[in-house]
Design a protein around this ligand. Structure first.
Ligand code: TRP
Length: 334
C-alpha cells in the first residue's frame, strides 16, 4: 500500500503564496507517490472564529478552488471536510487523556497565536486544545508524512508524542508522522514581516487579479537604508530578492539584478517590475484554472463530497482499530 500524506488548511479565506511555498508545492509534487488526503479544517477554523460560522461554507469552496488551481488532482489528492468526519472529534476526546495541560502550555505556536489574537474573554478551551484535534487529524489517516510550514512543527511533534503514548499504552495502531517543510520554511510578508498572513495584510493570494498583484509588489518593503537608486543596496533579508529566488526561474537575471543592486546601478522599481513579471508567469495559469473551477461550483462540490467520502472511510477503519485497542468494542449485543 502506498504511504499516506495528510495535511490541511483552515478555511479562513483564499490561500496565498506563503501556503504555496510552505506546503502546497510539496503536495502537488508528492501526490503521485503518496496516497494524499488534504483536510479542509473547518472545525479548527472555528476555534478562534466561532462567532462567524456563516463564513465557512464559502471559504471551504475558495480553498478547494485554490487546491485545484495549483494542480492538486482530485483523483490523487482527496479533499476532506473536517466537520463531515465525526470520527475525528471522537478520536480527539480519547487522545486528550494522553496530553497534559503543561504540554499544551508550552506549545510555541499556540502561545504566539494567543498573543496575536488577544482573546477578549480569555482563551477558549477549543482553541487551546486544537493541537490535540490536529493530532487526531493526522493519526486517523495513519499519515506518515505531513507537508507543512514551519509554524506547524510543534503540532507534528505533539502528534508524535501522542502516538508513542497511545501505542505503548493500548496497542500499536497509530503511526508516528514526520513533518516535511517546503523549499522555504516560511515566506516573508510583502511588508518584510517574518510571515505572510492574510490577517497581517501582507499577502498575495493565489487568485489575486493582476492589478492587485502589481500594487502589492510595487509597494513591497525593500532595503530601508537605500534612499536613492544609486545607493549601494542590500540583497540579504530583502523580501523582493527572497521572492525572486522562489518565483523567478531565471537565475541569471536574479544574479545580474543582485549584482547591480549591490553596486547601486539598478533601482527598486526595476527589480520589482521583474518580480511582477515572474509572479505573473507563475500566477497567470493558476488564476485561469481557478476561475474555471470557480465558475463550476457543482463540479467542485462533487469533488469535495467524493474526497470526504473516501476520507471518512479511512477514518472509520482506523477508529474500529482504535476502539478495539482501547477495549471499547463492547460485545453487549451479541
Ligand atoms: N493548523 C493548520 C494551519 O493552521 C491546519 C491543519 C489542521 C493541519 N489540521 C491539520 C495541518 C493536519 C496539517 C495536518 O494551517
Amino acid at each position: 500500500m502506498r504511504k499516506r500524506i495528510l495535511t490541511g488548511d483552515r478555511p479562513t479565506g483564499p490561500l496565498h503564496l506563503g501556503h504555496y511555498v510552505g506546503s502546497l508545492a510539496n503536495r502537488v509534487r508528492l501526490q503521485d507517490e503518496y496516497d494524499t488526503y488534504v483536510l479542509i479544517a473547518d472545525v479548527q477554523a472555528l476555534t478562534d472564529n466561532f462567532e462567524h460560522p456563516e463564513k465557512l461554507e464559502a471559504n471551504i469552496f475558495e480553498v478547494a478552488c485554490d487546491y485545484l488551481a495549483v494542480g492538486l488532482d482530485p483523483e490523487k489528492a482527496k479533499f476532506v471536510v473536517q466537520s463531515m468526519v465525526p470520527e475525528l472529534p471522537e478520536l480527539t476526546i480519547y487522545l486528550m487523556n494522553l496530553v497534559t495541560v503543561a504540554t499544551l502550555e508550552r506549545n510555541p505556536t499556540v502561545k504566539e497565536e494567543i498573543k496575536q489574537r488577544n482573546f477578549a474573554k480569555g482563551v477558549p478551551v477549543g482553541f487551546y486544545t486544537y493541537p490535540i484535534s490536529q493530532a487526531a487529524d493526522i493519526t486517523i489517516f495513519k499519515a506518515e508524512l505531513v507537508p507543512v510550514g514551519e509554524d506547524q512543527l510543534p503540532m507534528i511533534e505533539q502528534a508524535r508524542e501522542i502516538v508513542r503514548r497511545f501505542n505503548r499504552l493500548y496497542r500499536k495502531v497509530l503511526i508516528e508522522p514526520k513533518a516535511m517543510l517546503g523549499q522555504m520554511a516560511r515566506l516573508p510578508g510583502t511588508d518584510g514581516g517574518a510571515k505572510m498572513s492574510k490577517s497581517l495584510n501582507n499577502s498575495i493570494s493565489l487568485g489575486d487579479p493582476s492589478e492587485v498583484v502589481r500594487k502589492r509588489v510595487m509597494s513591497m518593503f525593500t532595503d530601508p537604508t537605500r534612499i536613492h537608486p544609486t545607493d549601494p543596496g542590500h540583497v540579504e533579508g530583502n523580501p523582493v530578492f527572497t521572492y525572486h529566488e522562489v518565483f523567478n526561474p531565471n537565475k541569471d537575471e536574479i544574479e545580474d539584478l543582485k549584482d547591480r543592486y549591490r553596486k547601486g546601478t539598478v533601482g527598486d522599481v526595476a527589480v520589482k517590475q521583474k518580480l511582477f513579471d515572474a509572479l505573473e508567469k507563475f500566477l497567470g495559469p493558476i488564476r485561469e484554472r481557478r476561475n474555471q473551477f470557480a465558475s463550476q461550483p457543482k463540479r467542485v462540490h462533487e469533488i469535495i463530497m467524493e474526497g470526504t467520502r473516501k476520507g471518512r472511510a479511512v477514518a472509520q477503519a482506523t477508529m474500529a482499530e482504535v476502539r478495539d485497542a482501547m477495549r471499547l468494542s463492547y460485545k453487549f449485543d451479541s
